[in-house]
Write a protein that binds this ligand. Structure first.
Ligand code: MIG
Length: 800
């Protein structure tokens, strides 16, 4: 089968009769015997299970859903004339031989005529898209945010390898990630459809047949989870509860990352440290791409280039910089190479149907692949990876080529469980189980700490183990533009911790593109500059002082806002809300349905990056400075413009011109933005003192600030507190209330209010927790983007 091909609906057999057998409903006819069961999973979550009764393997091989939700409460079908109903508190499913009707939280969905069918082990569900005006999710995708009129092939692939001449386009499909999750929108009601089947599947939202949503799985069990809204956040939160949320990352992982394929020697790493310092740029991690290895042998180092990796990495750590190393799954097939020998002895590698070790051809040449679905193979991997990380003092793990890329060999011959399970059952989950085992290795090394892992391929649920980057993009404006909807949809699909290669991976970046990409991405959850070995160097200082200054503004802004980003991660862990969000996450109206060239970070910041340059879009000259112009939709309410330092009225679209060093960034009236005002020294940050930037024009500002040790995983057991912050301007007085609650020592963070209020309030008296402070607020200087702003700051540091 080629990419993009589907099974023609006319090739599906349609059931003709319905029978009831215990908890199951059987739909049958010539060529089709489907068993359907329904279960109540949780409040707002209902599951329909579709099994082919004649299939040889009736197990659900997916690891997407958290174990605690897998069983569910079976719902007994109730007969109703020629149909049956499954009724639950969340909603109902009504099934006849030829039709399925769903009613969940005010959202109705039904299959079209001949909309349920089977073609061998393939399953078809075709729904009518009556009144549906938006579709979101789909995991990591190209093209636009709204997937209505689009389709997605759920198959994980090494994109550049399979689209060798077309990788630079903005419409390739499939991608590295397969998450069969769709969120339908009708007016202001949303419904989530999660088709839990780890095998290849197609989701087509009206591309092949306008007005119809097609789901086709090519084999295996499909669990359709219906996730109630009615709002978009409710759907997203329910999906995240079902498949898991990202654990809190270490603080350093939230900083700026510098990568290239490859920095080739210890000398080069030391030079980078010096270059970052000379450029006055903080950096949190430097990355080892494949050339650190000895002949691409996993868990080895090229000793000429890196004589003492552990010493080098400790040296980096002392400078506040962490080291992340790439780990590919392919193990060089070389008798005598210890990793191969020990894996072979443990029978840890994937096999062909007849029981041979499956051989692919990737970086090390002929290579075998760990079967991460086997507990014993995972245990072997944990041992090998643990030793490697320990001995080399590496801090983070970068999982690549796990789509899995097998190079010369066709992947279908790679089978699992010693050849017993066909490739398709675990193809899309290969990276998932690799990430699971790799995280276990990190846990082994530091059971109390927080690991950092990044993976290229992923499926539903992988967010529990690893962050995801969106793979090999290209240095062109289309790919910068596409990075927004791609990361936004990935976030709506449970993978909150994600981001693109900043600057673009393939091809040569230009000055403007590099600057604009840093600005667009500096508030993404994951922020890493990375380029291919064939591309020109694209470190921030490669293009002269003007570009460097602009990039510095973006990078430093990220570090200033790191406490806010950290709070967004905390909120994600608590609720499932993504970090970066399309505007329709919080604002209702038709103008937001397709809006994907601007985004929100949390609910307070609005980023509308410049996504064009070099004559490709409107540019103007103002006061002798070249600027790029774009239109920005500001939702209702007042927004503080961080470039110009004044309030704008929302509820309209504005034309905005931004010089090369400007990122259009706005803060909502009523927001509290935690800000780090201390010295910037790579990833060394003392967050025991944080400024609370209070944006109070008309609105009182509120925020729940989570307090924890920011380093261990004790928060998972409830060891964290919440500082409930409110701020209000009342006449000539600023009243701030900070009330701490929860299971954490009090007053471990010193908060200092900084006010962005109405300009007429030059001097405010300050009341904190009912106590009048004799400090007054004066105009002060704060660094935002490339500017210094003058909000009202206390005359000297304060505690409350
Ligand atoms: O065949 O390790 O997506 O980030 O630099 C290419 C080399 C293998 C693909 C990854 C890319 C990485 C590159 N890898």
């Amino acid at each position: 089968m080629f990419f993009g091909q589907k099974i023609h609906p006319l090739n599906f057999d349609v059931p003709e009769t319905l029978t009831l057998t215990g908890d199951a409903v059987e739909l049958s006819g010539p060529g089709v015997r489907l068993q359907i069961r329904c279960a109540d999973i949780a409040d707002g979550c209902l599951r329909l299970r579709f099994e082919h009764a004649a299939s040889a393997d009736l197990r659900q091989h997916s690891d997407a859903v958290l174990p605690e939700w897998r069983a569910g409460q079976p719902i007994a079908p109730r007969r109703e004339a020629d149909a049956v109903r499954f009724d639950a508190a969340t909603g109902a499913a009504c099934l006849s031989a030829r039709q399925l009707r769903l009613e969940v939280a005010g959202f109705n969905l039904e299959t079209v005529a001949a909309g349920i069918g089977a073609c061998g082990d393939a399953l078809l569900l075709n729904f009518a898209l009556c009144g549906v005006d938006g579709c979101y999710g789909f995991g990591e995708r190209t093209r636009r945010l709204n997937k209505l009129g689009d389709s997605a092939d759920m198959l994980t692939v090494d994109v550049v390898a399979v689209f060798r001449h077309t990788y630079a386009r903005d419409d390739y499909d499939p991608t590295y990630v397969a998450i069969p999750f769709a969120i339908l929108k009708t007016g202001e009601r949303f419904l989530g459809l999660f088709f839990d089947n780890p095998g290849r599947a197609v989701l087509d939202a009206g591309k092949s047949q306008p007005g119809e949503f097609w789901y086709q799985s090519f084999g295996g069990v499909t669990d359709l989870y219906l996730l109630a809204g009615p709002t978009l956040p409710e759907v997203v939160r329910r999906y995240a509860a079902l498949t898991g949320r990202a654990p809190l990352p270490p603080l350093w992982a939230l900083g700026y990352h510098q990568c290239r394929w490859s920095y080739r020697s210890a000398t080069e790493f030391r030079q980078l440290v010096a270059q970052f310092a000379a450029a006055d740029l903080p950096v949190s991690a430097l990355w080892y791409d494949i050339d650190y290895m000895d002949g691409f042998r996993l868990f080895t180092w090229s000793r000429q280039a890196f004589p003492d990796p552990a010493a080098l990495n400790r040296e980096l750590q002392a400078a506040g910089i962490r080291a992340v190393a790439i780990i590919d799954p392919g193990v060089k097939r070389e008798p005598g190479y210890a990793v191969y020998d020990s894996g072979r002895a443990r029978r840890a590698f994937c096999q062909t149907a007849s029981g041979r070790e499956y051989v692919g051809r990737v970086w090390p040449g002929d290579a075998v692949f760990p079967d991460f679905t086997l507990e014993d193979a995972r245990a072997w991997w944990v041992g090998e990876l643990t030793d490697f990380l320990r001995q080399s003092a590496v801090d983070g793990v970068w999982l690549d080529m796990n789509d899995p890329a097998t190079g010369y060999s066709r992947a279908e011959d790679m089978r699992f469980a010693h050849g017993a399970i066909p490739h398709d059952r675990y193809h899309n989950q290969y990276a998932h189980f690799m990430a699971c085992a790799s995280r276990a290795a990190c846990d082994e090394i530091d059971p109390e700490g927080r690991p950092f892992l990044l993976t290229r391929s992923a499926c539903a649920g992988t967010q529990r183990y690893s962050a995801v980057w969106t793979g090999d993009n290209a240095s062109n404006w289309k790919h910068l533009r596409m990075a927004l909807p791609c990361s936004l949809n990935l976030g709506l699909s449970g993978v909150a911790f994600n981001g693109p290669d900043v600057g673009g991976f393939m091809d040569d970046v230009s000055v403007e593109l590099l600057v604009r990409w840093h600005q667009a991405g500096c508030l993404f959850p994951f922020f890493r500059n990375h380029a291919s070995r064939h591309s020109r160097q694209q470190e921030p200082w490669q293009f002269g002082p003007e570009a460097l200054a602009a990039i510095r503004g973006a990078i430093r802004t990220r570090y200033r806002l790191l406490p806010y980003l950290y709070q967004c991660f905390f909120a994600h862990w608590l609720t499932g809300d993504p970090l970066i969000r399309p505007l329709l996450y919080h604002y209702a109206g038709p103008e937001y349905v397709d809006l994907d060239d601007q985004y929100l970070v949390g609910d307070a910041l609005l980023v509308a990056p410049i996504l064009h340059g070099e004559g490709l879009g409107p540019d103007i000259i103002r006061r002798g400075v070249k600027m790029q112009e774009r239109s920005i939709l500001l939702p209702p309410g007042a927004w503080f413009d961080m470039n110009r330092g004044h309030w704008l009225d929302g509820g309209c679209a504005v034309h905005y011109a931004a010089a090369l060093d400007e990122l259009p960034l706005f803060v909502r009236d009523g927001a509290v933005v935690p800000y780090y005002a201390g010295p910037l020294r790579n990833s060394c940050m003392d967050l025991s003192a944080v400024e609370l930037h209070l944006f109070c024009r008309e609105q009182a500002a509120r925020f729940d600030y989570c307090l924890d040790d920011r380093a261990t995983r004790r928060y998972e057991c409830g060891d964290y507190g919440v500082a409930g912050i409110t701020a209000e301007i009342d006449g000539d007085r600023l009243r701030v209330e900070i009330a701490e609650s929860g299971d954490y020592p009090r007053e471990t963070v010193r908060f200092t209010p900084v006010v962005y209020g109405r300009p007429e309030l030059r001097k405010l008296a300050l009341t904190v927790n009912g106590r009048t402070e004799n400090r007054r607020l004066h105009a002060g200087q704060r660094e935002w983007l490339c500017r210094e702003w003058t909000p009202l700051v206390p005359d000297h540091p304060m505690a409350y």
